[in-house]
Design a protein around this ligand. Structure first.
Ligand code: FAD
Length: 490
């Protein structure tokens, strides 16, 4: 059938985050004429890659990368039989992940530095052999996800890669044989059809902002979302519509987050140390390892309480005093919703957020307890015990080290609710080692690839750095393989 095409390229990349940028660069550098379709306008573009902490995993050797995947590709880390990625995928991932650093250096990265504290303490098989890094300036200053994306963006701009902003893809076009030959999209002037002479690469992120998909696939609701608003599961839906198999739909990366009804994204808490504690809805501290509620603690901390038929830790309250309020923002301003993408400017002393009603306050602990509806006796009891330990220089109950706390004794007192939070989803079309999307029948859908968090290979990974590493590895794999195809003919 003869079709009318509005645009045409060898390789069409859907989505301009880390994975899409890497896929486009890789396809272009192998000689393919490459076009990126991006849903958002350039002036207000915010992807998960730009919002991220910028931690990127660099396995030093291929065996180390495979060892990691043998843990991170399993549903249950203690059960080898629950491994969900095959040998070929592990080997492909390993081969590319070990050379990601060199690849990024060739693009112009100044260098990488080890992340001092990836923030997670899990001691799973394979983890000891990998290094979590971040991009660094020549003077050693740390760069976050926006810096990583800026590097990729510069590299896209210096190549003859076409980039169509404000052009959300809406569907995949197949010919009679089932091969993907193009994409339908919405341009400013209406629907358009884009020919992909060699292949289409889906790199349009997860379903962080699709309430129906979140409720359907994630085991917890409601969930406070810190990821980019434009990731609404479009790639998942487009792939499903042509029969793609799905995997890792319930996998997510998250932590406790602050979410307020009048702002669309959740904020990343940044307490770490000082005069604060975390209490549940009864005003009690709980086993959350030093109150630093990292990713690996997340699910345990929010478990449903069968004895009371309730979720006593949704929300959790961080309670702090005037000293902590004055010490600096209670959220990260280096990345995330209050970071350099400038979606929200959090006040240096947290006062604007008190005025907005996001942070609750009380002149005394009983009045604060009343404000947040927790038991005042429990709250006072917990704070007394923390203060006593802090003054004696002793470790606090529940394993929090003395070095991480100072007494919570300076009124007024404050509390902010934290909700189970989502950075990004991992679910999407199942892919093979070449980055091809698999049909429910098990065979690859001809000329369709995917990369990035959409259909991630990871199942269970307790530290940061995996997603960005995968964006670069599978962006390269998908881009190269797409570029190597011979163009289809009418
Ligand atoms: C706060 C936060 C911190 C994080 N920290 C880390 C970290 O330190 N290390 C790590 O490894 N991972 C981290 N992650 C996860 C990581 O950032 C993401 O998994 C990764 O950046 C995803 O890249 P991507 O290219 O797949 O998607 P994205 O970067 O989200 O890009 C997807 C793009 O597709 C576009 N798009 C969507 N739908 C369409 C459509 N229909 N048509 C065209 N375009 C479309 C979107 O607008 C967007 O620009 C973090 C995530 C968040 C939110």
């Amino acid at each position: 059938m003869q079709r009318q095409w509005d645009l045409s390229a060898d390789v069409v990349v859907i989505g301009y985050g880390g994975a899409g940028a890497v896929a486009a660069i890789s396809a272009h550098d192998l000689g393919a004429e490459t076009l990126i379709l991006e849903k958002q306008e350039g002036s207000s573009h915010v992807s998960n890659t730009q919002l991220s902490l910028g931690a990127i995993l660099f396995p030093k050797t291929e065996p180390a990368a495979v060892a990691l995947m043998k843990t991170a590709g399993r549903v249950n880390v203690e059960r080898p039989d629950t491994l969900d990625v095959d040998e070929a995928i592990m080997r492909a991932w390993a081969r590319y992940a070990v050379s990601n650093e060199e690849w990024l250096m060739k693009l112009g990265a100044n260098g990488f530095a080890p992340m001092e504290n990836p923030g997670r303490r899990a001691n799973w098989p394979g983890l000891a052999s990998v290094q979590v890094n971040h991009l660094a300036e020549p003077n050693g200053d740390r760069l976050y996800g926006d810096g990583l994306f800026a590097l990729l963006h510069r590299s896209v701009m210096t190549r003859s890669i076409n980039l169509a902003w404000g052009t959300p893809a809406s569907g995949l076009i197949q010919d009679e044989t089932g091969q993907v030959i193009g994409v339908s999209a919405e341009a400013a002037h209406g629907a358009i059809f884009v020919r992909a002479k060699r292949a289409v690469i889906l790199a349009c992120g997860g379903f962080e902002h699709n309430e129906v998909l979140l409720k359907t696939y994630l085991p917890i609701a409601p969930i406070a979302v810190g990821g980019a608003s434009s990731n609404t599961g479009d790639g998942l839906r487009m792939a499903q519509a042509i029969g793609a198999d799905l995997w890792h739909m319930a996998v997510m990366n998250g932590s406790f987050k602050m979410k307020f009804p009048d702002f669309p994204l959740a904020f990343e808490e940044n307490f770490a140390r000082g005069s604060f504690i975390a209490v549940d809805r009864r005003g009690r501290r709980f086993k959350a390892e030093n109150e630093l509620i990292g990713y690996s603690q997340f699910w345990n901390a929010v478990l449903f309480d069968t004895s009371t038929n309730s979720w006593p830790r949704i929300p959790v309250y961080y309670v702090f005093d005037e000293k902590r309020r004055r010490a600096g923002p209670i959220v990260f301003t280096e990345f995330g919703a209050a970071g350099p993408m400038a979606l929200y400017s959090w006040s240096a002393d947290n006062s604007a957020e008190i005025d907005r009603g996001w942070i609750r306050s009380g002149a005394t602990l009983p009045s604060l307890a009343h404000e947040i509806n927790v038991d005042a006796h429990n709250l006072i009891d917990e704070i007394d015990s923390i203060n006593q330990a802090a003054r004696n220089g002793a470790d606090c109950p529940l394993g929090r080290p003395a070095s991480s706390i100072s007494p919570i004794d300076t009124p007024p007192f404050y509390a902010v609710p934290l909700w189970p939070g989502l950075n990004n989803t991992f679910g999407g079309p199942r892919r093979n080692a070449d980055g091809q999307v698999l049909h429910v029948s098990g065979s690859a859908i001809p000329r369709l690839y995917c990369a990035g968090e959409l259909g991630s290979i990871f199942v269970n990974y307790p530290q940061s750095g995996a997603n960005l590493s995968e964006c670069v590895a599978f962006g390269r794999i998908a881009g190269e393989n797409a570029a190597r195809l011979c163009p289809w003919t009418d």
